[in-house]
Ligand binder design. Sequence first.
Ligand code: HEC
Length: 321
Amino acid sequence: MDRGGQARRFLTGALLAAACASALAAVATQAPLRAARWLPSERQARGLAQLPSECLTPAEDPRIARRIAIGRAAFRTPLLLGGQAARAGLSCDSCHRNGRGNPDFSFPGLSGAPGTADVTSSLMSSHRGDGVDNPTAIPDLAGPASQLKVSRERNTHALENFVRGLIVEEFDGPPPSALTLDGIAEYVRALSPQACPATQAQPIGLATYLSDARAALQAAQYALDARDPATARLMLSSARTALGMIDERYAVPSLSRERQGLRDADLELAAIQSAADAGDPNAASRIAAWLARMPRWSEPLRARESDSLFDQDRLAAAFPD
Ligand code: HEC
């Protein structure tokens, strides 16, 4: 073994690790809302107030509909990507918001101009890191067929292979279960320009994340039905990600009671996660009970939504240009 080569590689690794740590530390010290950390300050208020509309064709075949639900939830949790991306709170959805693009995305060490990312960055990957700063525009996954880079054909599995490579190699994430990977591919296939609603953007409100949490838990039930606890855990984590998005918007002392209800609901999800991991047959009925109890804590949150950072004026005041 060439000892000099080994030492050089070690040194390069250490320098990269130090560069990553400082880029992520810089990111971690800012902003009360996580997604603000990857938005330039003059674009934060707008980027945190609305999402591009989702262009999703509902499936008629219930088996495909279940997979799309699993993929949609997996797309929205940082746990899928693992490694540095998960620690920074990045999910597929951070770059491809609602399955679209993100013209404002600007992550230190990963982006060039806003809206670009270097998916071969050593910041996120020990496999594909090429040491070269080469960010490219984040594509709209619901773009016209002629602009798509990866084939959506089912029989070639090109999309599954691409997404697997993204997770495992570009982001150093754990290999996704077959059901998760299938789900993400079906979700991406179901995105198309024909399914875009007339309005280009949708406002972000409490209802946005409550509905994401509900959908992720429905997907967790599908995963439990399929006896796939690893996927169920990912779905539960996606529901918890959605609750986290709500929690940070209610981080004001006058809302502490409402916020506590949310936090208790999250703790119950964490307990369900452990139960599912342990193969507890009651996990599914606990999810159903959790869903039935949702109004108890979500109604008080709804009543105070105008005092939270979901309110457009409060948001604009918290994130001045
Ligand atoms: C850090 C931002 C970022 C994250 C996170 C991210 N992507 Fe991307 N994605 C990009 C960029 C940039 C490209 C364009 C790469 C290129 O052209 O080589 C891309 C390309 C793609 C493409 C190919 C484009 C097409 O429509 O054919 C697909 C599919 C895709 N991403 C899906 C995903 C999925 C699924 C995830 C989560 C597992 C994900 N991306 C996470 C930035 C990101």
